[in-house]
Ligand binder design. Structure first.
Ligand code: SAM
Length: 324
């Protein structure tokens, strides 16, 4: 474990290739399959694991230079995390019951999760990826060796909080069927049009008020019919409150993470976002799971090992909000 006395903060968050061990055989199998579907023959190539590792490390360093998210540092971009969420499996059901349901991934980064949805049979013309930074989407093409032609999922760049990109107050267009995602360049036309919204590791980037604002914004995108769903995972806590990020950040604005508990998260959606008066009833599920985070090996000066181990524990909250 690295003591705060040992190294400056900038060093503590430098890339560390030993974290490559976070990548599992299942992650690599997903990667190989995702690359293969972009090839005309659709077959997996016989590429050595070492060659893949070199490629992934190269991509990681390019992405980390765009923005130093922990999820990039710990190689979370290789895992189809969406597949481990109950909400995703509920969303897949909509493919059987609705005509052309849209699935959107907000804060999609490289697009690994939306690639998993395409792999599972969600028609690419009904998938939408959205992120603040286009560079991550482009890096995703480089990672999975695709092009906008071989993987034609619509990507739109924008800040979810920016009214010019997404005006939640505008009235919804009446035409639900047959939305042409290729023709849009903002989220506003999709108000009340999206059947399933996935968003992971996005909420915890914002403080408590912003998390509520984000939840309200996302809710206005949802097609208000039973079965429509918003789901994801992000940092949570047993008791809602502020957690100091570890290792600590140089930028004071990034130093703390506000974390909801499953109880406060359910309350937020049931009382502050969707309410009985509005006539929309929702089922909200949220559960915490402790995740092993090899990237959080950090101890402050004079901090006991037990205390450091406790502080380094990370709770991921997996959740969904479904209209009933
Ligand atoms: C920590 S990454 C998580 C990426 C991915 N969803 C995952 O679970 O691995 C957060 C992503 O959200 C994007 N993001 C941050 N703020 C945003 C905003 N205001 N609007 C849209 N996307 C945003 C970032 O660019 C980044 O790709």
């Amino acid at each position: 474990m690295t003591s705060a006395n040992d190294a400056p903060l900038s060093v503590l968050r430098q890339l560390d290739s030993t974290l490559y061990s976070n990548i599992t055989q299942d992650d690599l199998a997903f990667f190989r399959k995702a690359v293969a579907i972009n090839r005309s023959h659709g077959k997996e190539e016989d590429v050595e694991d070492e060659t893949i590792k070199t490629h992934i490390l190269d991509i990681q360093s390019k992405a980390y230079a765009v923005h130093n998210y922990n999820c990039i540092r710990r190689f979370a971009f290789i895992r189809p995390k969406i597949a481990y969420l109950a909400g995703y499996h509920h969303a897949l059901e909509l493919l059987k019951t609705r005509e052309n349901p849209i699935l959107a991934d907000i804060g999609c980064c490289f697009g690994n999760d939306i690639r998993k949805a395409a792999m599972d049979g969600w028609p690419t013309q009904n998938l939408l990826a959205c992120d603040l930074r286009r560079e991550f989407w482009d890096i995703g093409h480089a990672l999975f060796k695709s092009t906008p032609e071989t993987f034609p999922v619509k990507f739109i760049q924008g800040d979810i909080f920016n009214d010019a990109f997404f005006s939640p107050g505008s009235s919804a267009a009446s035409n639900i069927a047959g939305i042409d995602l290729t023709a849009i360049d903002s989220l506003t036309p999709l108000r009340e049009k999206i059947s399933a919204i996935h968003t992971s590791s996005l909420f915890h980037l914002f403080d408590e008020d912003q998390q509520l604002a984000l939840a309200k914004r996302l809710s206005t995108l949802l097609l208000l019919e039973p079965g429509s769903i918003i789901f994801g995972s992000h940092g949570g806590q047993l008791i809602k409150g502020i957690r100091e990020r570890r290792p600590p950040r140089i930028d004071p604005a990034e130093r703390y993470m506000f974390c909801h508990s499953p109880e406060s998260w359910k309350k937020l959606w049931c009382e502050n976002v969707f309410s009985q008066e509005q006539g929309v009833k929702v089922r909200v599920e949220a559960e915490l799971a402790q995740v092993e985070r090899k990237d959080l090996g950090f101890a402050r000066a004079n901090e006991s090992e037990d205390k450091a181990n406790e502080e380094n524990k990370f709770w991921a909250m997996k959740w969904f909000v479904q209209i009933i």
